[in-house]
Design a protein around this ligand. Structure first.
Ligand SMILES: [Zn+2]
Length: 283
């Protein structure tokens, strides 16, 4: 009785592991896959690759393969199959852009849509998909091909999905647009992400001084390359967090002493003293 329960428990556990592994593996890629056609559409094919997960009874090593290996490559121990998996991919079999466009916009299978996007050249259609597809991965596939700065800007400003926003941010290079995001986006993390792509030192300095957000300020401080500019901000700022941030970044003793000389706040002066102590060589 007890043994039966134990067996049932084992079975359930393996089923659980199988599902977790199958989901995990679905997103991985490996070399030497054997793909077979699972579905043939008019202008596309859906292919499958099947395999197993195995584990070594001796050393505990586990891996995936298309077939169960004869022995553990690690210790030559006995290996057992613990799961199976099926991977799926879609291939577009037409070169007609009209048909590819249709597949990308309307095929019910997200894999087919993603695959079609990789062959699609119509920028408007790609932009529409990036904005509106119901599947996040399809949108990401489209976004990777978008270079239109206004569209990327709109998506960064309006999007709530983190991965979509990140992908749009990755494509943004227009400094004016990045500056606008850094100043006006409602999400503070979006703002600091934009700051990390700004190179204009004048804009960065202004953000440190005038932004109302601590993350934006900190990200801007990180991007300012001229240490005398940083020291100058700390010497004249009343924002203690900004001053601490800058003081802890500076290593030039003369610049630090200059901050202590010019900033009348004793907390800042003490902080400079502490910083200078940490910069003394160890005796
Ligand atoms: Zn082994």
């Amino acid at each position: 009785m007890f043994k039966n329960n134990l067996n049932l428990f084992k079975k359930l556990m393996f089923t659980g592991i199988f599902i977790a592994v199958a989901v995990l593996f679905y997103s991985c890629k490996s070399e030497g896959e054997k793909w077979t056609v699972a579905k043939k559409g008019e202008d596309f094919e859906i292919q499958e690759s099947k395999g197993i997960g195995w584990t070594c009874e001796k050393c505990g090593k586990s891996d995936y393969a298309q077939e169960l290996p004869a022995e553990c490559p690690n210790c030559k121990g006995k290996v057992v199959k613990v799961s199976t998996y099926v991977k799926t991919q879609a291939t577009i079999t037409t070169n007609d852009q009209k048909l590819i466009r249709k597949l990308a916009l309307t095929n019910p299978n997200a894999l087919v849509r993603s695959s079609a996007i990789s062959k699609l050249t119509d920028k408007n259609a790609i932009g529409e998909i990036a904005k509106k597809d119901t599947d996040v991965n399809v949108r990401l596939a489209a976004l990777r091909k978008v270079t239109d700065q206004q569209l990327l800007f709109d998506i960064v400003m309006a999007e709530s999905d983190f991965s979509i926003r990140n992908e749009a941010m990755r494509g943004l290079t227009d400094q004016k647009k990045l500056e606008e995001i850094a100043r006006t986006a409602t999400d503070e993390f979006v703002r600091s992400d934009a700051v990390r792509k700004i190179t204009d030192q004048v804009v960065l300095k202004d953000l440190v001084i005038n932004s109302d957000n601590v993350f934006t300020k900190s990200a801007a401080i990180e991007r300012i390359t001229d240490k005398t500019v940083l020291a100058d901000i700390a010497a004249t700022s009343t924002d203690i967090n900004v001053c601490f941030d800058i003081i802890n970044r500076l290593t030039d003793k003369n610049l630090l002493k200059d901050i202590a000389r010019r900033n009348s706040d004793f907390v800042i002066r003490d902080s400079v003293k502490e910083r200078l102590k940490t910069l003394e060589p160890n005796k």
